[in-house]
Design a binder for this molecule. Structure first.
Ligand SMILES: Cc1ncc(COP(=O)(O)O)c(C=O)c1O
Length: 392
């Protein structure tokens, strides 16, 4: 018997599940087969489930805090997996999700009208967090050669030199391009931020979903100087499929920045930490390594499968092979449809729900995002629907 089960199809309908229960409402079309949103159709590691069971049994679920043992587990994980030794638990600030952490950084460190640079197309809440808080997006478009995305460093330098640019929202690994930034790329970005005095807010929520030989490097680990201007946002939520437990943290080496960030968290989100999120985070980081290694093999297999399937059976669709993340972009430009035509085809002809590329920025026109973190039979079912619709 295999130690971990990533094959069994688990019924998620009827569990208030965004992916399987809300697709109709979100896409405005009934009975779509969901291949969108960034969570997985796999159970969390057994050690996480067991730790939660034990905590549930206690029966009292009052206000809580992160114990030292939790931060020890986090520190051990980041050191083992990403080679960065966080020297003190004092550097951590718990946050009830990465998106609230991003919003808090804007409130704490910028003024209305300030510009925030980001590499587009990018995770869509970056857009609304900036714009709905009265800050302005400075879009540093990624370059795409038909296979792989890269940074446009000249454009980044130009944008960084604008005095109204105060912050870089850096997505690392990058959603939806699937890029895992190399040490050279990270150093170049960091140098630009140093030269132009930008604060780096590095969203590293996908840090653990990286395929060999690629390696995630926390940008703050490059040097103490970079660490001093960086706020790293991390979480076990994507890694262990516990997004519903709303548990994440920021790592802030600079004491002044840390005090300010904590002050804003206190004033706006005091005590909004999730008891079960803490329990799950500690158990996952202590015991979840072998499970994650097995998961990465399964995801990598699914990526290879989707890539082959498209080449063989879906003319015009090409997977942008990800170095990290389980939500790669699919280049559909050769299908010759405009964004509305592509959305109509996927929903009304194929009957599948995928995130439209344009959600992530105008550069996403002609692309769609695919979630491969599902048992192979479900991935095959979704891709099969697209292939059959195209044939018809
Ligand atoms: C880059 C990125 N940041 C943040 C999030 C969501 O974070 P949270 O659920 O902790 O707010 C996601 C989810 O897909 C993501 O892809």
């Amino acid at each position: 018997m295999r130690e971990f089960d990533f094959e069994t199809v688990i019924e998620r309908r009827g569990t208030s599940c965004v992916k399987w229960d809300q697709t109709g409402e979100r896409f405005g079309v009934k009975d779509l087969f969901p291949m969108w949103v960034a969570d997985m159709d796999f159970k969390a590691p057994e050690a996480v489930i067991q730790a939660l069971r034990e905590r549930v049994e206690h029966g009292i679920y009052g206000y809580t805090f992160h114990p030292e043992s939790c931060w020890e587990a986090v520190t051990g994980w980041i050191a083992d997996r990403h080679g960065w030794k966080v020297p003190s638990a004092d550097w951590y600030a718990p946050t009830p999700g990465v998106v609230p952490a991003l919003a808090t950084t804007l409130l704490a460190f910028t003024q209305p009208g300030d510009r925030v640079i980001m590499q587009t197309p990018v995770y869509h809440p970056f857009w609304w967090v900036i714009e709905s808080n009265g800050r302005r997006v400075s879009a540093n478009s990624l370059k795409f050669d038909g296979t792989r995305y890269t940074l446009d460093l000249e454009d980044l330098e130009r944008r960084a030199s604008d005095p109204s640019a105060k912050v870089l929202f850096f997505c690392s690994p990058h959603n939806p391009s699937g890029r895992v930034w190399t040490r050279e790329e990270l150093s170049a970005v960091a140098d630009i931020c140093l030269r132009h005095d930008l604060l780096i807010v590095s969203d590293e929520i996908h840090a653990d979903i990286v395929y060999a030989p690629n390696r995630h490097i926390p940008i703050a680990s490059l040097s103490p100087e970079i660490a001093g201007r960086t706020l790293s946002c991390m979480a076990p939520s994507k890694t262990f499929n516990i997004a519903g437990l709303a548990s994440s943290y920021a790592i802030i080496p600079d004491p002044v920045m840390r005090a300010r960030f904590r002050g804003f968290l206190h004033d706006n989100l005091d005590l909004s930490v999730n008891l079960f999120g803490i329990v799950a985070m500690e158990a996952a980081y202590r015991h979840g390594g072998p499970w994650l290694d097995a998961l990465l093999e399964v995801l990598s297999g699914n990526i290879g499968f989707a890539d082959r399937f498209m080449r063989e059976s879906i003319p015009g669709m090409k997977l942008v092979k990800p170095e990290g993340t389980y939500i790669p972009f699919v280049d559909c430009r050769e299908m010759g449809m405009d964004p509305q035509g592509l959305a109509d085809f996927l929903m009304h002809k194929a009957g599948v729900a995928m995130n439209a590329g344009t959600m992530f920025g105008p550069e996403g026109a002609g692309f769609a995002r695919l979630n491969v973190a599902t048992p192979r039979v479900l991935l095959e079912e979704g891709l099969g629907r697209i292939a059959r619709a195209l044939k018809a």
